[in-house]
Write a protein that binds this ligand. Structure first.
Ligand SMILES: [Zn+2]
Ligand SMILES: [Zn+2]
Length: 765
């Protein structure tokens, strides 16, 4: 009796990829290796083995298979019919005039019947039809969906590329480019996409937060200085999260003086706002000093975050803090960092002008004039004057937005802020460019796990950039452009990036005319005129105290950026000063300071890999070096080929030996052998189990199948090994979980077990 639920199965058009079958040209039937051809009387230990055997035959013969119907008795399968996928006629419910998909059904009779051998508990092929009603094409069989597969090395490349944020289409193109000339790919781009969505990024929403929590724990375990804190809602969902790696925390000591903080959206599927703390390193590069995810942007959220961040960085508030114009951030900064100078991003404010002043006639002129007043007022008094003139000129005295901005002038207008050190930061664009780095790879649909991966990538690339610049500073020297011994002082001390800025000021000196206004008791006041265009001169007041060796310029470049300005340099030349006071050579920009954080690797995550993937990667890495060495000559290549042959023989022999019975004792057991332990087959019998079934079964199957089945069995073994690894790793992890997790349980959602860290397979005897 056929099971009604499965016997009336219809052909599923998705099983065949028509694009590869439509151009089929009849080919002579190629001869398939006799070992692969199904024959009546062949037996298999499991139904899966039989199906797999038939699929292998189909691949060799050039067709694909389908399980047509399964007959059951109760819960137990009695027999199964597997046919060629072009069996039957598929009747679509859509009328043929509308339907455009080609059909595959051709009433092909090719099939095998498998039914259970009740007495021995094995499976036997009871009927075989080999002839098809259509031509088969073995050379194209690999393009049939059933036979398309991604090899281990392809899978590892896809995983790595996805991690690095490379799009699937690019990854596929790289495979095509690499394959060109010597072989065709046996998979299509869709397979790459499917592999990524099903295997690589397969994180469910329920698992995502847990995986995120596990990531944090893993990082903490790698380096105890990793810092994180979570604030949870009543339902245990994430409300606020902050974390910073050990390297960032150490770097704060050197680069924590001025911070840009900015938020960005669309980085994850939960609509959590991402906020990042960005500092400037000694090369003037942006450096990450903590990351956060927030459910909202309310004052309390920012307060929680800033306090958390300060705690993480040892309680030392930065001197300067740069943000976009945002009322709740402002309140939070005032509350959490009362001694810190808060600055609004001027770029962000100037960007608002068109929308705020759109209603006025000539708003382009307004914008230009306002920009001029803001940037070119060299004292607070002159700013006040210029601002009032500007309002009067354009009839803007009643404008609410402008009068509010004037009230807040001390928090955004450069002349009010530039006597503080800003390390070259004026806008939050540093944060923005940092965000755009990982925004390229994540979207509003990304999981938290993808988000932290990309943040990790960002950390890694910043670390790499700093290390490259450090190396360049150590190994090379930028030649001086002038004979000035002051320039040589900076050449000796500063990083390349900062020395270039100093050199730019030396070049700018050529446009400056220095005029002594008055001088008394070694204290001189100069007026430096700088030609900024053919007819325009800017004037700067510079003072020089010869006793204290102190030079001050109105433009405040040294105060705000730590770089002596061209005006001050002109005056120093005028005064014939040959060496500047050490106070003008900042440690902040020095290449000679040994910075502690450079010895700490930013604790980015290592991809969690199955032991098999890990072994594969290690083998590939090693053999690539060996191959490079061997490819040098024919002789060396021949040696390697011989060695490969020997090694293959040895490995196959070992695999063959393992198939027989064996014993494990505490003397010879190792991790490998324990990993290969398998559970006895699950027996679903009613009543008492039959006595000594196992050994009898083995013998009967061995007798029935003789040699033909050995290949099939060995493949099944491989599958079993893989399964066992996973099982044992979970077990291993669970046993360690208690000790390492208990301390975080208050902060993070309850963890059942820890994911094993790299090289954590310490189960050996
Ligand atoms: Zn067929
Ligand atoms: Zn100046």
């Amino acid at each position: 009796m056929m099971d009604p639920s499965s016997s009336d199965s219809v052909l599923n058009p998705g099983d065949v990829d028509y694009e590869f079958e439509s151009n089929e040209v009849p080919e002579p039937l190629s001869v398939v290796d006799d070992e692969l051809v199904p024959k009546v009387g062949m037996t298999f230990t499991t139904l899966e083995d039989a199906g797999k055997f038939y699929r292998n035959y189909a691949k060799a013969a050039g067709f694909s298979t389908r399980v047509r119907c399964i007959n059951r008795k109760g819960n137990e399968i009695k027999n199964q019919l597997i046919t060629c996928s072009r069996e039957g006629k598929w009747k679509s419910k859509i009328s043929p005039t509308e339907k455009t998909n080609p059909t595959a059904g051709l009433n092909c009779p090719t099939r095998i019947y498998i039914h259970t051998l009740k007495d021995v508990g094995a499976w036997i092929i009871s009927k075989v039809v080999l002839d098809h009603s259509h031509p088969c094409c073995p050379s194209k069989a690999e393009m049939l969906k059933q036979h398309r597969e991604l090899s281990m090395s392809i899978r590892r490349t896809i995983e790595n590329n996805d991690e690095a944020g490379i799009r699937p289409s690019k990854t596929y193109q790289s495979f095509v480019a690499a394959a060109e000339g010597h072989r065709e790919l046996n998979f299509i781009e869709k397979d790459v996409r499917n592999y990524i969505t099903r295997e690589v990024r397969n994180v469910s929403e329920q698992e995502d937060a847990k995986e995120f929590g596990k990531y944090l724990l893993r990082m903490k375990e790698k380096n105890p200085n990793f810092f994180f804190e979570l604030e949870l809602e009543e339902d245990q969902s994430i409300k606020l999260a902050f974390w910073a790696d050990a390297r960032s925390r150490a770097a704060f000591e050197y680069f924590g003086d001025v911070i840009s903080f900015d938020t960005t959206y669309n980085t994850n599927r939960y609509n959590l706002v991402c906020g990042s703390f960005v500092g400037v390193n000694h090369h003037g590069q942006s450096t990450l000093l903590g990351c956060s995810l927030m459910k909202n942007e309310e004052i309390d959220s920012f307060k929680w975050l800033f306090q958390c961040w300060l705690r993480c960085m040892g309680g030392n508030a930065p001197k300067g803090f740069l943000t976009d114009q945002c009322a709740s951030m402002k309140r939070a900064v005032e509350a959490c960092m009362p001694t810190t100078v808060h600055r609004w991003c001027i770029w962000h404010i100037m960007k608002k002008i068109p929308s705020k002043l759109n209603g006025y006639k000539g708003h382009v002129d307004i914008e230009q004039q306002m920009s001029h007043v803001v940037w070119n007022s060299h004292s607070k008094d002159s700013f006040d004057r210029n601002w009032k003139d500007f309002l009067v000129n354009f009839g803007l005295a009643d404008n609410k937005w402008l009068s509010d901005m004037y009230e807040d002038r001390h928090i955004w207008v450069p002349i009010y802020l530039n006597h503080h050190f800003w390390a070259g930061m004026r806008s939050t664009q540093r944060s923005e460019s940092m965000h755009s780095f990982f925004n390229k790879y994540i979207t509003r649909n990304s999981s938290l796990i993808q988000f932290v991966k990309q943040y990790d990538n960002c950390l890694r690339s910043r670390e790499q950039a700093e290390r490259e610049s450090d190396a360049a500073d150590f190994h090379t020297v930028i030649p001086c452009a002038t004979k000035s011994s002051i320039e040589a002082q900076f050449q000796d001390a500063y990083t390349h990036a900062k020395f270039r800025e100093v050199q730019a000021q030396f070049r700018g000196k050529a446009n400056c005319i220095t005029r002594l206004k008055n001088s008394a008791l070694g204290y001189s006041v100069y007026e430096v005129g700088e030609q900024v265009s053919s007819s325009i001169f800017d004037k700067f007041a510079v003072t020089y105290d010869s006793v204290a060796a102190e030079v001050k310029c109105q433009c405040l470049l040294f105060e705000s950026r730590g770089i002596l300005c061209r005006h001050a340099l002109s005056v120093l030349s005028f005064e014939q000063v040959s060496q500047v006071s050490p106070r003008y050579i900042l440690e902040r920009w020095s290449k000679k300071v040994k910075r502690r954080h450079t010895h700490i690797k930013s604790s980015h995550d290592e991809p969690l890999m199955e032991p098999r993937s890990k072994r594969f990667d290690q083998l590939v890495f090693r053999s690539q070096n060996i191959c490079e060495f061997a490819s040098e000559s024919e002789e060396l290549t021949a040696i390697l080929h011989r060695a490969y042959d020997n090694v293959m023989a040895e490995m196959e022999a070992l695999k063959g030996k393992r198939k027989g019975t064996s014993s494990l004792s505490h003397e010879d057991a190792n991790l490998e052998s324990v990993n290969e332990l398998q559970s006895p087959p699950r027996i679903r019998t009613r009543g008492r189990p039959k006595n000594r079934l196992g050994s009898k079964l083995e013998k009967q199957i061995a007798n029935a199948t003789k040699k033909k089945k050995t290949k099939v069995l060995s493949e099944v073994n491989v599958m079993f090994f893989k399964f066992c690894y996973i099982q044992i790793n979970l077990f291993d992890a669970a046993s360690v979980a208690h000790s390492s997790c208990s301390q975080y349980q208050g902060e993070v959602i309850n963890y059942q077990f820890r994911v094993p860290a790299a090289g954590d397979n310490s189960l050996g005897v």
